[in-house]
Design a binder for this molecule. Structure first.
Ligand SMILES: [Zn+2]
Ligand SMILES: [Zn+2]
Length: 260
């Protein structure tokens, strides 16, 4: 089965295309299953408004829109409704309640900020600092252990802001070992791959990270991380990614475990 569980919508303020255009492109790209996982809203303790995620008030529209598409295209593609969520320890009780109440199919762990984005900066631009890298690794592992998330999106996001060094290597070992121990899937992220190819530099997925993942025999999944619908039509990149993973001897997951 060809599936993708990492798809955004314009509600996150850095994606383009209508919700429906993603479905049409997924069908065009030969996907049998498409999961929407836009950046999750949070019920913050402060009046903070994030510029990279939907507001809590926008969630119902998100859910209704995807549900309508699920029904409209049911004979052509299976559609799942999820979210890409951070691991914010202080807000986890709220998140757990929220995903249950809203009957989401799944959530993926997209670890972009330490503790909360009310207070901290993007890991993708801050992991050149050793303490940020440490926070990144620790929270990835804590998130995996909650049992709530279907997989870890772009596990090597820290390579976006850090030249590969002995601490990058150590971080990869810790993340991959934890993934193996918790039978947790790691995502090979195509948005990062596209960016890396564009600037001719290995950001993420980082080849050295994935060599280490292969030493631990981790389970991998390809995530398009579509922020524009056309990304779902790039079958060449998708197939190339799958081949990279199987050449490394990794088991490639075709689907994920859904929430009950
Ligand atoms: Zn995004
Ligand atoms: Zn992400």
């Amino acid at each position: 089965m060809k599936a993708n569980y990492h798809t955004h919508t314009t509600r996150c303020h850095h994606a383009s295309g209508s919700d429906e255009s993603y479905v049409i492109s997924a069908i065009e790209g030969g996907f049998q299953e498409l999961g929407f996982s836009d950046h999750s809203p949070w019920k913050y303790d402060t009046a903070f408004v994030s510029n990279m995620r939907m507001k809590l008030e926008e969630f119902d529209n998100y859910y209704a829109s995807i549900s309508a598409l699920k029904e409209k295209y049911k004979d052509q593609i299976s559609i799942k409704i999820g979210l890409e969520c951070e691991y914010y320890r202080r807000y986890m009780p709220w998140l757990e309640q929220f995903i249950k109440e809203k009957k989401l199919d799944y959530i993926i762990l997209g670890n972009h900020y330490f503790e909360t984005d009310e207070l901290h900066m993007y890991y993708g631009s801050q992991c050149d600092k050793d303490s940020m890298l440490e926070d990144y690794v620790r929270t990835c592992i804590e998130g995996m252990k909650t049992g709530l998330y279907a997989y870890l999106a772009h596990p090597d996001l820290y390579c976006r802001s850090r030249e590969w060094d002995h601490l990058s290597e150590k971080a990869a070992h810790r993340i991959c070992q934890a993934a193996k121990e918790n039978d947790f899937i790691l995502e090979y992220n195509l948005a990062g791959l596209k960016m890396s190819q564009m600037i001719h530099q290995d950001l993420y997925p980082h080849p050295k990270f994935w060599q280490i993942a292969s030493q631990y025999h981790c389970k991998a999944i390809v995530g398009v991380d579509a922020h524009e619908n056309s990304a779902l039509e790039d079958t060449q990149m998708y197939e190339q990614a799958k081949k990279t993973l199987t050449d490394l001897g990794l088991e490639v997951a075709e689907t994920i475990a859904f929430l009950k």
